[in-house]
Design a protein around this ligand. Structure first.
Ligand code: HEC
Ligand code: HEC
Length: 378
């Protein structure tokens, strides 16, 4: 964010109403002359600031349908049909710290389900407090993305699910066989996997463990006011959010942030209009192609108001910081004025969704068996 002196914030309709009621004016000496009504005053104020007119909700809805879609109730995949048994298992595994070497980390340590699926760290502490290079993205709505991770190196949520468990700076189990060994050592899991996979001779494998976690994650969808709007509720967005949505389309944020999660449908270079300095070469590390340098998955913007800090390295502390990077490096726009930032932020607020507390609550975990490994701090 720039440190230049901010002009007075563009007042939202709500703030104007409060100001009108309090007759707060601009703080200068009492005015003489004809008494103006509160309504005249606020009109004059709006005029002075040239507030962006409130767009027609109906017209904006038509335009929006070209770029966005409501979230599905669940991100279904024919490759991993969702069953209640898999979901229940996936939920337990998600919270189970025995899947980490020192038995002190679960998926929920970094992707906190009661905090929009993040931990608010620029980079998250893993095994022995080690930190990776990238910011932890939210798990909410991630299953609806076309690929997983900032660089898309896992194709599906199931392909992604076991990678953090064996990542030495995350949960640090030593290889996929160790994951299977831990799960098989817990008698309650043995019974539950048998029930979830009755046709399998060997129901506990890396495939079925990944499917269980994936089936649970496919239900982590957070519909909110924006979905209500896309469903035809013309009053679901307040006037600032409508202005922000119009700007989001006008400024062409939609060339990258599109689809049901407003992202997660393509890769783009960070610094598409102006070189951006970052140590992380993004997809180049996966493909080795020069054109993939600094290319990342366009992140989804669902719940963005609640998932600070931002960008692949967590370097943008606030949403305003992230928007400033977008305007300067992703659009030829250069700078957003305070009013534009206010409206875009109001629109992003409307993407804050409803979390199903019953679905995401920590379940009871089955007790360890005699062969379950002990915590290993080394
Ligand atoms: C130590 C912190 C940590 C733990 C523990 C952890 N993650 Fe992550 N997770 C991350 C980070 C960091 C990334 C981004 C890494 C990258 O893109 O290279 C990530 C990425 C993801 C993504 C991709 C989301 C997207 O938008 O691309 C999913 C899904 C995910 N993790 C699920 C899980 C699951 C399931 C577990 C437990 C089995 C887990 N994570 C454990 C830190 C963690
Ligand atoms: C040319 C494609 C492109 C355009 C246009 C674009 N973005 Fe982005 N956006 C990205 C990419 C890529 C990232 C991730 C960059 C990174 O961290 O490496 C991103 C990240 C973000 C983030 C941070 C999300 C997070 O979880 O870290 C926000 C917020 C955001 N964009 C909003 C916007 C807004 C608002 C606009 C329009 C003013 C916009 N973007 C325009 C490609 C784009």
């Amino acid at each position: 964010m720039s440190h230049r002196k901010r002009p007075p914030l563009a007042l939202s309709t709500g703030a104007l109403a409060v100001c009108a009621a309090l007759a707060c004016g601009d703080g200068s000496a009492p005015k003489t002359g004809p008494v103006k009504t509160a309504e005249h005053k606020s009109e004059a104020k709006a005029e002075k600031k040239k507030a962006r007119p409130v767009p027609s909700a109906a017209q904006l809805l038509d335009a929006s349908k070209k770029y966005f879609a409501p979230l599905p109730a669940r991100a279904e995949s024919p490759a991993n049909p969702i069953t209640p048994e898999k979901v229940a298992l996936g939920r337990q595994l998600y919270y189970d710290t025995r899947l980490s070497k020192n038995q002190d980390l679960s998926c929920n340590s970094c992707h906190k389900l009661d905090d929009f699926g993040v931990d608010h760290e620029p980079t998250s502490p893993g095994h022995k407090g080690q930190r990776g290079e990238r910011n932890t993205p939210t798990v909410y709505n991630a299953a609806a993305h076309f690929a997983q991770f900032w660089d898309g190196r896992a194709a599906t949520i199931e392909d992604q699910a076991l990678k953090p468990i064996t990542n030495p700076v995350e949960m640090a189990l030593e290889g996929d066989a160790a994951i299977v060994r831990v799960v098989k050592s817990i008698p309650g899991y043995v019974d539950a996997f048998k029930a979830a996979y009755p046709a399998e001779a060997d129901p506990i494998t890396t495939t079925t463990i990944a499917q269980a976690i994936g089936a649970f994650e496919r239900g982590l969808m957070t519909p909110g006011p924006f979905d209500d709007f896309l469903g035809g509720n013309m009053t679901a967005l307040n006037s600032d959010a409508l202005r922000g949505l119009e700007l989001f389309i006008e400024l062409n944020c939609v060339s990258c942030h599109t689809g049901p999660t407003l992202g997660g449908t393509m890769y783009q270079k960070l610094g598409s209009v102006k070189p951006y300095t970052t140590a992380d070469e993004g997809r180049f590390k996966i493909t080795g192609k020069p054109e993939d340098k600094f290319v990342f998955k366009v992140p989804g913007l669902r719940n963005a108001a609640k998932t600070a800090p931002y960008l692949h390295d967590g370097s943008a502390k606030t949403l305003g910081d992230a928007l400033a990077v977008m305007a300067e490096y992703q659009l030829a726009k250069g700078k957003l004025d305070d009013e534009e930032t206010t409206y875009l932020t109001a629109f992003l607020d409307s993407l804050t969704g409803r979390i199903d507390a019953a679905y995401t609550a920590k379940p009871e975990l089955p007790p360890s068996g005699p062969d379950t490994p002990k915590a290993d701090p080394s």
